[in-house]
Write a protein that binds this ligand. Structure first.
Ligand code: BGC
Length: 765
């Protein structure tokens, strides 16, 4: 056994931001952190003049229900009409308005704030621009399946261009919560179960939203959320409490935030949940000690929607006043929507319960944020109603949505190469509740600001590519969770008259997203009955799965000869699916979440730790092992898995050395060949495992991936670099450490296969 040593860094330093060489592994450059503007003379000058009420105003964000879309999206609205809004703005009692859109209305509102208030401090306009704005891109989970950070950066950029043209400065995205339990509805909003993929995509999305110049008209402030560990809610139940070891918090849930900050994010949102008994929104250790102390974050913390007020329901604050006190003292700069700061901060400061210096520090940060995007010099930046139309839903945006959609699709199964389908010569029946449905293509946040007229349903997308559009028959068969009169009969008849059936089944949009936890993650029973009736016709079935999470596939759906994971792909869904079905695009997506065999396996993820009794390879020798009574604890489709219409062979895995010196770099290479007949892209994945360590370690951990695009017959070498920093974990006393010893390394097509080798990390010196 090799001697284990701590890395030589001083104790304090080793807890600091560990920005894994991860991004570098994927061939990406991590941007140098942008310096957060220091409090300028202008800011100090303003602070000196501000009343405590004006200070509390800068720390208050309200949902603006006056401007379109008008409606009751948010139940707790404090600003009820235009008159109240004007009065509040003139009194300087609002610093941020959220979820109202439209350049003209924003322009007028900004005028009221700047020309009508005493100190003329401009407003920030914020909104949840999560995966597109007017043009909608795939849900973030789907886009994660592309394993393509460049794509994520481009769609975030496009969303920022549309949203800023509509008067917005700030988006509450990306959601970077690592989600290991598919029952949780918000899996749809993030990058899935893996830390490394989460880091890479968090950084890419921040770069995309913010662009190169924060002062540019189309730059949009990004907010990684929800800090922290929201993805670990117990049993996947929305808003539930979180019980987490410090090591798992630091190794799994925090790194994507650090990656987002390293990419330049200047704000962060505190989460609804508690972490080990302390609500995130009153969690001084997380919001101040870790975030600001250890990581040196200088930006703005905003609470989630009324999360400060919810400290009362948590049983952590005695009342609203106490909640405001706890939140500001913990490090929440801006209170979202509850109005607690404007209501209580003046008195809390007067009574000495909150030091004025704490409020001043928060105001400085908010004003610095406004200054950083150039608002003081030009309060009307990006508020040009003419530009709004020009930048919105352009053909280029729609083309990007279609491209992103097709790249997010994962081919799970393709027996006897049923796919791709020919565009002529076959009679097709498109069956299922999503066949010609335009209300379930966007995904959870998509409907918020989308121009729904752009939505392309499956039937329209398919018909547009068929030589004879009449060769496609469409029957819904049933609704998502209910029968429709005569639906089954018509669907079966359509299947009987067809050569191939396309079965569009799965979850509706409102079964995923916030507050949509599910106890099991199966396709609703009525759709399964429809699928059985269709399968009984004996016609070959291609399943087009609609979903915002990993799904438990069972029965005839699981056993269909071809299955495509098509998620919610956004405005161009129908076209994107048709592109893959007909082979215009060769599928290259990979699963960012493991598909379990059974819902009861959740939380289920590929990178669990080794147990003392791992399940044996022989299914008959299973007594007293880590397995379920009825099934092995395997994935039906594992993380990283995805097929293609061509064939890739990965060979010749080589290590530059079997012994990695403490400060050296190990090169892992392999050859990838396209041995099939079609052009295609392959996602080569690099995993490691620490064989013996002072903490039990994951059975595998993704440490790099590369997309390789190859013409038929072409071959290329891929190279990954591994350093000691990629082998670190959180050890004793919660320090990041690297331990010398033997590691396994895989170059793989998914988290459960691959070529493998071993190397040894040598001790320092
Ligand atoms: C969600 C956040 C979102 C906020 C504002 C909350 O319910 O948890 O993700 O940014 O609402 O709309």
């Amino acid at each position: 056994m090799t001697l284990k040593t701590m890395n030589g860094a001083p104790a304090g330093a080793s807890r600091r931001a560990f920005l894994s060489g991860g991004a570098a592994l994927a061939g990406l450059a991590v941007a140098t952190p942008r310096a957060f503007a220091r409090a300028s003379d202008r800011i100090e000058g303003l602070l000196a003049q501000m009343t405590i009420e004006e200070k509390a105003g800068q720390l208050s964000c309200f949902a603006d229900m006056i401007r379109p879309p008008v409606g009751d999206m948010n139940p707790l609205v404090n600003i009820r009409n235009a008159q109240t809004l004007t009065a509040e703005l003139q009194a300087g009692r609002i610093g941020v308005l959220m979820n109202g859109v439209g350049a003209q209305a924003a322009l007028e509102t900004q005028k009221t704030a700047v020309e009508g208030s005493r100190l003329k401090i401009p407003l920030l306009f914020a909104a949840d621009v999560i995966h597109g704005f007017r043009t909608v891109f795939p849900i973030p989970l789907a886009e994660a399946a592309s394993f393509d950070p460049h794509l994520a950066e481009r769609t975030a950029r496009a969303a920022a261009i549309e949203a800023t043209a509509s008067g917005l400065h700030w988006t509450f995205a990306p959601m970077v919560d690592v989600a290991r339990d598919q029952r949780w509805g918000r899996v749809a909003e993030g990058s899935g179960e893996d830390v490394f993929l989460g880091e890479v995509l968090a950084a890419a999305r921040v770069r995309g939203f913010q662009g190169k110049d924060l002062k540019a008209d189309d730059s949009m402030l990004a907010t990684p959320k929800h800090f922290a560990a929201y993805g670990a809610v117990t049993a996947g139940l929305e808003y539930n409490s979180v019980e987490l070891s410090e090591a798992t918090l630091r190794e799994v849930h925090l790194p994507p935030f650090q990656a987002a900050f390293a990419a330049g994010a200047m704000t962060v949102m505190s989460a609804f949940n508690d972490v080990n008994g302390v609500p995130a929104t009153a969690n001084k250790r997380l919001l101040t000690d870790v975030l600001r102390g250890e990581w040196g974050f200088k930006g703005v913390v905003i609470s989630d929607y009324t999360a400060d007020q919810e400290l009362v329901a948590h049983g952590f604050a005695a009342d609203d006043r106490d909640a405001a006190r706890l939140a500001i003292l913990a490090g929440v700069d801006i209170s979202m929507q509850s109005g607690l700061y404007i209501r209580y901060l003046p008195e809390l400061v007067a009574s000495g319960a909150v030091p004025l210096a704490v409020v001043d520090a928060a105001v400085r940060r908010v004003l610095a944020l406004k200054e950083a995007i150039g608002l003081f010099d030009n309060p009307y930046r990006s508020l040009d109603p003419k530009a709004e139309a020009y930048h919105t839903a352009t053909p280029a945006m729609r083309a990007l949505s279609r491209e992103a959609g097709a790249r997010s699709i994962v081919l799970l199964k393709n027996d006897k190469t049923l796919l791709p389908l020919p565009k002529a010569g076959k009679r097709l029946a498109l069956i299922g509740p999503f066949a010609d449905d335009r209300d379930n293509v966007l995904g959870a946040w998509g409907g918020f600001f989308a121009d729904r007229r752009l939505n392309v349903d499956l039937a329209s997308g398919l018909r547009a590519q068929l030589a004879d559009p009449a060769s496609l028959v469409v029957e819904r068969g049933c609704d998502v969770e209910a029968m429709i009169a005569g639906g089954f009969e018509r669907a079966v008849a359509a299947a009987q008259g067809a050569d191939i059936v396309l079965l569009a089944v799965g979850e509706s949009q409102d079964m995923t997203g916030e507050a949509k936890s599910r106890t099991d993650i199966r396709i609703p029973p009525v759709q399964m009955r429809l699928a059985e009736a269709i399968a009984a016709t004996g016609k070959p079935v291609v399943v087009l799965l609609r979903h915002g999470r990993a799904i438990q596939l069972e029965g005839v759906v699981r056993d269909a000869p071809a299955i495509l994971a098509t998620w919610f792909l956004g405005s161009e869904m129908g076209n994107a699916v048709a592109d893959v079905l007909f082979g215009t695009v060769n599928p290259s997506g990979r699963l960012p979440v493991s598909f379990p065999i059974d819902s009861g396996q959740e939380p289920f993820f590929y990178n669990g730790r080794t147990t003392g009794r791992p399940a044996p390879a022989d299914p008959n020798a299973q007594e007293y092992k880590a397995r379920w009574r009825s099934i092995r604890n395997d994935a039906l489709y594992p993380f990283g898995f995805g097929l293609t219409y061509t064939r890739f062979d990965v060979t010749d895995m080589k290590l530059s050395t079997p012994r990695l010196e403490w400060n050296d770099t190990l090169h892992v290479t392999a050859k990838v060949k396209n041995s099939g007949d079609l052009h295609g892209e392959h996602v080569v994945q690099l995993y490691i495992r620490d064989r013996v360590a002072s903490r039990t370690r994951p059975v595998r951990e993704l440490k790099g991936f590369q997309r390789v695009s190859l013409a038929p017959g072409a071959e290329r070498e891929v190279r990954f670099d591994l350093k000691r920093q990629n082998l670190m974990f959180v050890g004793d006393n919660d320090y990041w450490i690297a331990e010398p010893g033997v590691f396994d390394v895989w170059i793989a097509n998914s988290s459960v296969d691959g070529l493998t080798a071993e190397f040894e990390l040598l001790p320092a010196g």
